[in-house]
Design a protein around this ligand. Structure first.
Ligand code: LLP
Length: 404
């Protein structure tokens, strides 16, 4: 993704062509970038070749899931819907793990019928429901237990999941109790210890702490888990300030852990696979002047891309067509929705923009389209996947008729 003759280009496709052909806002992905990210991820951990289950919640577009599956990944799902779409994409059930604190009985029944790799249970009650289903089907079901390691991931508090005050996982004491129960069950196989401490983690140290907790627990339990599922969470460089997650370090500390605890590692990455492979193209409807700054009112809004409104996340905004003329005023890039949080970014320095210009919100591949909504009865944008110079429509823009 780069500028060619001052026009932003994805692979061999000029975005000028895209906006001539399609309505905005529109999500646009690069197949090549997805492939490169998967290759890098696999290479980073090739010394222990983990099972990599793509976190479906980060991007649940069927065609994207097919691309990811074609590159050898499995899926991490958190609902019946995600499990259904992963299977429809052709993901091997033996590469699917099911996470979540509130799986219903019907969701668990469906997952057990599909013989997926693991159901990662998050409470004593859930384990009993899985056991009851397994008993009724005269089956032995493979499960994992998600530990709450009480580890601070040092990320945004809204996306931290590993501290004791968070709803996720089971604390150490109860973990040991339920493990004993499972070991004596005729219908449950305890195969996995799972954790996931949060998302957009840029420092490897929280992972080191988490691994120390696992190490101690395994020693205490004197039990050999076939799988250790370390979840996802590896962050990406949204601000291009070179604060990158150190995959090499993470690989090293896992290798150290594996020397003491032999097991197959499972990962559940979302953002690190898909985050920087997607952009959102938007058109400027109006530019409204104000005393200190100008409001750039775009046709994309918080319903299309929630991260800034929901977490205060900052995503770079760049022009589709680069010019040399700069503005001396600050811009507030906002959407048309009647909420003050419907704002993407404030910039101090930007090229002078005009109404009907196009701009690009960067790195929206993860938790972009999957978090979008129909708030204000706004149809969800179309999605396209660029492969070389080919544009493939992978989701049509919703029609108002379907919403009304
Ligand atoms: N595994 C589990 C159990 C998870 O809950 C998550 C994300 C992942 C894996 C994938 O994490 P990743 O590698 O993508 O960081 N909407 C928020 C992020 C929420 C993450 C929820 N869980 C955002 O836009 O930042």
């Amino acid at each position: 993704m780069k500028y060619t003759n001052n026009i932003f280009t994805v692979e061999n496709c000029s975005l000028k062509k895209v906006v001539q052909k399609f309505e905005t806002p529109i999500f646009c992905y690069s197949q090549k970038r997805i492939k490169e990210n998967i290759k890098k991820f696999k290479e980073s951990f090739k010394s222990f070749s983990p099972i990599i289950c793509f976190s479906t919640k980060s991007n649940s577009n069927l065609e994207i899931l097919k691309e990811i599956k074609n590159n050898g990944l499995g899926a991490d799902v958190v609902s019946k819907g995600e499990l259904m779409i992963a299977l429809k994409a052709g993901v091997n059930p033996k590469k699917i793990v099911f996470s979540g604190v509130g799986k219903t009985k019907s969701e668990l029944l469906y997952a057990i019928d599909k013989n997926i790799l693991l159901i990662n249970c998050e409470s004593r009650s859930e384990i009993l429901v899985v056991e009851a289903i397994a008993r009724s089907k005269k089956k032995k079901v493979d499960i994992g237990i998600r530990l709450n390691p009480n580890t601070d991931a040092k990320t945004l508090k809204q996306i931290s999941t590993g501290k004791k005050e968070n709803k996720f996982g089971i604390n150490e004491k109860i973990f040991i109790e339920v493990s004993k129960y499972i070991k004596n069950s005729k219908f449950l196989n305890l195969k996995c210890l799972s954790v996931h401490i949060g998302s957009q983690i840029l420092d490897h140290k929280p992972y080191q702490k988490m691994l120390n907790v696992l190490d101690k627990l395994i020693k205490k339990m004197d039990f050999k888990f076939e799988y250790i599922d370390l979840g996802g969470g590896m962050g990406i460089d949204y601000n291009k300030d070179n604060k990158k997650f150190d995959f090499k370090k993470y690989n090293q500390i896992i290798n150290k852990f594996l020397k003491k605890n032999k097991a197959k590692i499972i990962f559940e990455p979302g953002r690190s696979i898909i985050g920087d492979s997607g952009i959102l193209i938007s058109k400027i409807i109006y530019i409204k002047e104000s005393s200190k700054k100008d409001f750039v009112i775009m046709d994309a809004a918080m319903n299309d891309f929630m991260r800034p409104a929901l977490y205060g996340a900052e995503h770079r905004i760049i022009p589709l067509k680069k010019t040399k003329k700069m503005t001396h005023k600050s811009y507030d890039f906002v959407g048309p929705i009647c909420e003050t949080t419907d704002k993407f970014l404030t910039t101090n320095k930007f090229q002078k923009l005009n109404e009907n210009d196009y701009i690009i919100i960067c790195d929206v591949g993860a938790y972009g389209s999957s978090l979008s909504s129909n708030y204000n009865i706004r149809p969800k944008p179309a999605e396209i996947l660029i492969k070389g110079s080919k544009i493939n429509v992978i989701k049509k823009r919703q029609k108002l008729e379907d919403l009304i």
